[in-house]
Design a protein. Structure first.
Lengths: 327, 475, 323
């Protein structure tokens, strides 16, 4: 099977869906001539022309709203945000319009629109550019939110997102674009709303998604050397959440650690931890642990920024904690 | 088509308003938006604008009157149009609030209108159509919302089901022990202990802050099997609870250990399939006891009485091989090796370590083996080959002060010897003298399928003889 | 290049304005009777803007979007007064199944895309609709209405810029009713003439009399033709006036009754009625007939809303996502 980067996988998804459906277009800052700020849209302008690959002024609210309007009358826009940090300027259009139009109109409209771009901390970018903002989107009924962690999932989920008749926010990662993985040739989709068990184990369930998957996989290797079998559940979709896969795993292991790179307060991670506590209450042998980023704006200094995020050490410690080891 | 103009809420919280002054009089042309009157609300003086164009036909309420929201204040229509006489305000309140047209009530006599109005009021209330009422109903109907959601297969919002969690959760009984205080435990530990019928308050916790976790329950379950044999000491809390006047005595269930399951199965099978009969004799133990004392006095290794019994029984079995046998249904197996088991009480049951081939071993050797086996048994370390397939078994409850008892045959053996306490008794000698002797009463249980009464009797007579006069062993 | 003003069109515009006026008066009354709750922004006084504009477009291929003062536009687009009143009552028979309310009237079939409660949020959306029209090259035009309060939002300026970059077929119509809630537009605007605000983006602007439905019709027609034929966006400022408070909870104490009376003298319905009577197009009798017809329609709408069912509780979980 070919091994390609996460970036290439997204590019393939865009390319295939634009070829498949005339109503799909890509709009955003630097998506055309520049080939994408992170080169995700490389080659698409040449292939599909300026009608369908549209460079915008730096007006996130405006071009996001244009996407919403175009979707209301049947086009399938893919709105690229250079990063989710800048998407805060477009929050009104996503939260008040994309997510609500169908509801407020009593079901009269479909909003087949994708909002995508890198989310989460990168390196040396300080507070405004290193934020994991998934909670903002996941909080809102009327949106779907996906967070692929592998090239395979990235391609399959983006294709599903483009074909979905609902607004879908896609969380990518600046540091993930260069990650490599096996992606089959030919058409496939990854369904929205399905978690994936990335590693089977018997002793403790670690629930995670997006970039921290790698950290968790490393931690699981270390644990295995000590005889601890970690099961990794990759949520992949944050809304709608595949709760059953999480519960099935926790019922097996009786222990859960949730790893989420956003801030700990009212996060996807804290919500999942609450769901497990509530719905697996009788099978838990320990409190559910949450490994999140520190509750601080991201510092510029590299040592500090690394210390602020979930790490292998933190995950291993949490796993041991729920196993009552090493106290 | 004349329209009755109702008082409306001129501030969001206005319930009624006082007409301070009319700005129009009957016969005036009014336009939509024109001020009809000034109304004093709960907040301020407001202008009431005409909702429509037309001729003011009639003023229903006069300056200075307070009018509830919904009650009519005037009629507007075409010039010369007839409007009905108004019933008294209190009887029209409900009718007014949909602003029905005059024609609807024109033909109705005042008395009937009153009734109609009340009916309308009730109908209105029943429908609950005002927004505030609707929202209140949604508040009240939250439970119904959940149920309704269920009907359509959709999920109720998470976290909204507080009612179900408020149900009769026996919090007090879960958390308060008879000694007061509370128990920290993991949910899984609580579920497990509940399934196993173990009162979680009795389980010592090894988690953070003494939290009872899964492993504690499992350890406790193992221990619970052992404790069964010593109820007085095993359940101090339970007996204390039973003694407490505040706490009525309660039944409790003790989990069955694997060992107990085996005991129950094997002994039931033995007792209900093997036809037992019992032979009792009293044995004078003085000679054997004296001999043992002499040997023990001259040797660092103290020989146990049980080693003597095994050795003597082995010799008797050698002489009566029919006893050393197993019923096989279509045949009887006479064992070549004499393998004698000794029932040993353990905290969680009993076990019979087996000394193999006793016929070829001396007392000292038997004693050494027996000591080692018992040691192992108490640690739970006996291997299956060390406690199974005894061809004959001895059970000795002398240490508990039991005079005599009958035992259940331990398969695959065909007989078991039950030994009571050795105690001094007055005995009448052949010479009719009363002497004091040390007497052991023993009972042999035999499987009648393999051992007939006479065979068992001869065996027991010979064994008794050897016990009373160990020298016979060499005869 | 004024469009031909045939009699039927003139009569229809009079009728539509009267319908809106009656409907709004009734809505206000029902609000006062607490049948309608929350925010309810009435359109009394501004009828000529919606009616004149809608008369200038073809709703088979054109679209309309507006803000939260949307009853007038919805009616002008031909939406059923029953469905609108039921929506205001929050009933299941409402055009948005009782989930939208006053500010969120929609009719996908009639190309009325709302109804938006966030000041100015409809401007980028309308621009997107025009983008789609151009993308498909279907000859459609979008009318985007907003108030004098919305014109200073970034959304407006971002949209005009992109509309011009991409030459989108859209007409931006600022309904300047002169009061952004309780704030006079002059107090919060760098210019009194909003038509100037398009010039920074190379978009032609024009002030028009929003109390004169014929002028509105003619000017919007020109702008629509320009958008349709040459893909040029334009900006119209329709000077108008709202007779009522900003919303039902606003007693409008910030302006004098004299000011309101002054505008009532230029009432759009009155102006057109007088004109049509002078020209013999409409008789007093016809006018009265319209009036009683409309009154019956509005009363029917109330009765319909009144008798309609509350939405079943399970419906609150519906229409969130396409399954």
């Amino acid at each position: 099977m070919p091994v390609i980067t996460y970036r290439e996988a997204l590019n393939q998804a865009l390319d295939e869906e634009m070829a498949r459906d005339e109503s799909v277009f890509l709009i955003g800052e630097e998506v055309g001539e520049y080939n994408g700020a992170y080169k995700v849209s490389k080659g698409l302008l040449d292939k599909y022309g300026p009608k369908r690959v549209i460079d915008t002024p730096i007006t996130e609210l405006g071009f996001t709203g244009i996407g919403v309007g175009a979707a209301m009358v049947g086009l399938r826009p893919v709105v690229e945000w250079m990063t989710h940090n800048f998407a805060l300027l477009a929050l009104d259009q996503v939260v008040n319009n994309a997510a609500k139009m169908r509801y407020m109109s009593g079901g009269q409209f479909k909003l087949p629109i994708v909002f995508r771009g890198p989310n989460g901390p990168a390196e040396y970018l300080a507070s405004q550019h290193s934020q994991a903002l998934q909670t903002y989107w996941t909080h809102v009924p009327g949106l779907k939110v996906v967070a692929p962690a592998t090239p395979y999932d990235a391609k399959g989920l983006l294709k599903s997102a483009i074909r979905d008749d609902n607004p879908v926010v896609v969380l990518e990662g600046e540091l993930m674009y260069a990650w490599k993985g096996e992606v089959p040739e030919g058409e496939y989709l990854v369904p929205i709303g399905k978690a994936d068990v990335k590693r089977e184990g018997t002793d403790v369930t670690v629930v995670t998604y997006s970039k921290p998957l790698k950290v968790v996989q490393e931690a699981a290797e270390l644990c295995a050397q000590e005889g601890i079998q970690v099961e990794i559940v990759d949520l992949r979709t944050l809304r709608p959440l595949d709760e059953e896969t999480v519960y099935r795993s926790v019922r097996k292991t009786n222990r859960a650690v949730v790893v989420d790179e956003s801030w700990p307060m009212v996060s996807v991670g804290s919500h999942v931890a609450w769901l497990i506590s509530r719905n697996c209450f009788d099978v838990l042998d320990a409190q559910v642990e949450l490994v999140a980023s520190e509750d601080i704006p991201m510092p510029y200094n590299h040592t500090l920024e690394l210390a602020a995020q979930p790490s292998v050490t933190k995950v291993v410690a949490a796993v041991k904690k729920v196993l009552y080891l090493g106290e | 088509m004349a329209e009755r103009i109702p008082m409306i809420a001129l501030s969001p919280t206005m319930e009624e308003g006082k007409i301070l002054s009319w700005k129009v009089k009957p016969g005036d042309q009014v336009k939509s938006g024109m001020v009809l009157c000034e109304v004093e609300t709960d907040k301020a003086t407001m202008e009431y604008e005409s909702p429509r164009e037309g001729t003011l036909l009639k003023l229903i309420r006069q300056e200075g009157e307070s009018v509830k929201v919904g009650e009519p204040i005037a009629w507007i229509g075409k010039p010369g149009e007839q409007v009905p006489d108004e019933p008294s305000p209190s009887r029209t309140a409900g009718l007014a609030d949909t602003g029905q047209k005059g024609e609807m009530v024109e033909s109705t006599r005042p008395a009937e209108r009153g009734a109609l109005a009340e009916g309308a009021v009730l109908a209105e209330r029943g429908k609950g159509t005002t927004t505030s009422e609707a929202s209140r109903r949604i508040e009240e109907g939250r439970g119904a919302a959940t149920a309704g959601a269920g009907e359509t297969g959709r999920k109720a919002p998470e976290g909204s089901s507080s009612a179900e969690e408020k149900s009769t959760f026996p919090l007090a009984s879960m958390l308060s022990s008879p000694y007061g205080g509370s128990v920290k435990s993991s949910p899984l530990a609580r579920k497990l202990s509940s399934e196993l019928g173990i009162d979680i308050r009795r389980i010592p916790g090894s988690g953070p802050g003494g939290r009872v976790i899964k492993r504690d329950v499992l350890r406790f379950r193992e221990a619970a099997g052992k404790m069964e044999l010593q109820p007085e000491t095993a359940f101090p809390i339970a007996s204390a609870a039973a003694a407490s006047s505040e706490q009525p005595p309660v039944d409790r269930e003790i989990p069955v250990s694997g060992m107990r399951t085996t005991i129950a199965k094997r002994l039931s099978e033995s007792f209900f399939t093997a036809p037992h009969y019992f032979l009792r004799v009293a044995v004078q133990m003085d000679a054997l006891m004296d001999a043992r004392s002499r040997y023990n006095a001259e040797s660092p290794q103290k020989l146990s009485l049980n080693a003597f019994f095994i050795k003597l029984a082995a010799e008797a079995l050698r002489r009566h091989p029919q006893i050393n046998s197993t019923w096989k249904g279509t045949s009887i197996q006479i064992h070549g090796s004499i393998d004698i088991g000794l029932a040993v009480a353990l905290p969680d049951g009993l076990i019979t370590p087996v000394v193999r081939n006793c016929g070829g071993k001396g007392i000292r050797e038997i004693d050494q083996e027996l000591t080692a086996l018992i040691e192992k048994a108490k640690k739970g370390g006996l291997k299956p080959e060390e406690y199974t397939n005894a061809t004959f078994t001895i059970s000795n409850l002398g240490a508990y002060g039991i005079e005599e008892f009958t035992a259940i045959i331990n398969p695959p053996g065909s007989a078991i010897l039950a030994l009571g306490e050795i105690r001094k008794e007055p005995i009448a000698t052949e010479a009719d003298e009363i002497v004091i002797r040390r007497i052991l009463r023993m009972t042999l249980s035999c499987d009648h399928r393999t051992i007939d009464g006479a065979v068992g009797a001869v065996f027991l007579r010979d064994l008794k003889g050897m016990m009373e006069d160990p020298f016979r062993i060499i005869l | 290049m004024a469009k031909e003003l045939n009699k039927n069109l003139l009569k229809k515009m009079l009728y539509d304005m009267m319908l809106i006026r009656h409907f709004e008066e009734k809505a206000g009354q029902m609000y006062g009777l607490k049948k309608i709750g929350g925010f309810c922004h009435l359109y009394n006084g501004e009828e000529a803007v919606a009616v004149g504009s809608v008369a200038a477009i073809d709703l088979k291929k054109d679209y309309i979007l507006t803000g939260y003062r949307d009853h007038g536009h919805a009616l002008a687009c031909g939406m059923d007064p029953k469905g609108i009143m039921a929506e205001l009552f929050g009933k299941i028979t409402g055009c948005s199944r009782g989930k939208g309310g006053s500010m969120h009237l929609f009719d996908a079939e009639k190309h009325f895309l709302g109804g938006n409660g966030i000041v100015g949020a409809q401007i980028p959306i309308a621009t997107g609709v025009a983008f789609a029209q151009k993308y498909r090259n279907d000859g459609g035009v979008t009318l985007c209405f907003f108030g004098d309060g919305a014109i200073h939002q970034g959304a407006f300026h971002e949209s005009l810029n992109m509309a011009k970059i991409w030459n989108l077929p859209i007409v931006y119509i600022c309904e300047n009713n002169q009061w952004g809630m309780g704030t006079n537009f002059r107090k919060v605007s760098s210019v009194d003439d909003f038509s100037l605000l398009g010039t920074a983006y190379g978009i032609p602007g024009k002030q028009i009399n929003g109390m004169d439905v014929i002028e509105v019709y003619q000017e919007v027609s020109k702008a629509v033709d320009q958008a349709r034929e040459s893909g040029l966006p334009s900006l119209l400022e329709a000077r108008t006036y709202r007779y009522k408070g900003h919303s039902m909870s606003d007693p409008a104490k910030y302006r004098t009754r004299e000011e309101v009376e002054e505008y009532r003298k230029q009432d759009p319905i009155l102006i057109l009625k007088d004109k049509l009577m002078q020209e013999g197009i409409v008789t007093e009798k016809e006018y009265e007939k319209y009036d009683s017809q409309i009154q019956a329609i509005v009363d029917e709408a109330v009765e319909f809303a009144e008798k309609s069912e509350e939405p079943a509780l399970h419906t609150m979980y519906e229409d969130i996502l396409v399954d």
